[in-house]
Design a binder for this molecule. Structure first.
Ligand SMILES: [Ca+2]
Length: 284
């Protein structure tokens, strides 16, 4: 049945009003100009020499800067040869306008790594920075801690890692600045700090430097009682013992021993705030 003329006119009017506007004649919003917001990536230094050994790494500073007027979320990915150790592979951070986030990344290579130049890659969006890392064995030193392949501790406090006691800084006033080790179990004894070499060494002397500064004097905060032990065929053997110490540093000597492992076993500190504090350990 055909619609009546009036109804047909109404349908046409409805159809006309529901017709979408012709898109071709509607101007598109302007496309955004310039690159998408991104963080500016820098890595310092541009080249890094390190020597092999767990504690002999070098530090890169990865910096992400927001140069724009809006806050952004930035990421950087790190990669390296399997022969290099990186403590992290991803950096992600929120950056307010003008803000720079600096992230230290310590690069190390295990004892025995072939001397060569390896690359660390840092990538953030379309930015790619490669840092050559030159790896060599440590120079011979009478201090055998220079050639330690591994160090570990029964526990440690944040910022006072076992490698702090092997970083070459034996100033007892620097202990708390991160150049020394402290255990993470206050008032619980004993604590242990253990060194391993890739090959046996002949050891006959150990110097332990504890804290000694205006804030942390040795007689109040320093290490008081400890044993020095070497690993032998029958297990750990005590080669020297120190008791009642109040000095900043003590050198213990003993008949030469051939060993690939040495440890300090701590038993007490001075004062009531009892932690194991070692600014530096030196082995000869
Ligand atoms: Ca130190």
């Amino acid at each position: 049945m055909m619609p009546r003329p009036a109804a047909a006119a109404l349908l046409l009017a409805l159809a006309a009003t529901s017709t979408p506007p012709a898109r071709a004649t509607t101007p598109e919003p302007p496309a955004p100009t310039g690159p998408a917001p991104r963080a500016r990536l820098t890595v310092e230094p541009g080249a890094l020499p390190i020597t092999t050994g767990q504690c002999n790494g070098g530090r890169l500073q990865v910096k992400l800067t927001n140069p724009g007027p809006e806050p952004i979320y930035a990421t950087a990915r790190l990669g390296a040869s399997d022969l290099l150790h990186l403590p992290r592979r991803l950096i992600s951070t929120w950056l307010p306008p003008g803000y720079t986030r600096t992230v230290p990344v310590t690069v190390s290579a295990a004892t025995g790594t072939a001397p060569a130049t390896y690359l660390v890659r840092v990538i953030s969006k379309d930015q790619r920075i490669e840092v050559p890392v030159t790896v060599t064995p440590p120079a011979p030193s009478p201090d055998l801690t220079r050639s330690v392949s591994r160090v570990n501790a029964s526990s440690y406090r944040a910022g006072l890692l076992p490698c702090g006691a092997l970083d070459g800084d034996a100033d007892p006033a620097h202990w708390w600045k991160g150049t020394g080790w402290a255990d993470g179990t206050g008032k619980e004894w004993p604590d242990r700090l253990r060194l391993k070499w890739a090959t046996p060494q002949t050891v006959s002397s150990v110097r332990v430097t504890t804290t000694d500064s205006a804030e942390f004097p040795a007689a109040q905060f320093g290490l008081r009682d400890w044993d020095i032990q070497v690993a032998g065929p029958d297990g750990w053997q005590t080669v020297a013992a120190v008791r009642g110490n109040t000095a900043a540093a003590v050198t213990s000597t003993f008949p030469p021993r051939r060993t690939a492992q040495l440890r300090i076993v701590t038993h007490a500190a001075n004062g009531t705030n009892d932690w194991s504090r070692i600014a530096e350990l030196q082995v000869f």
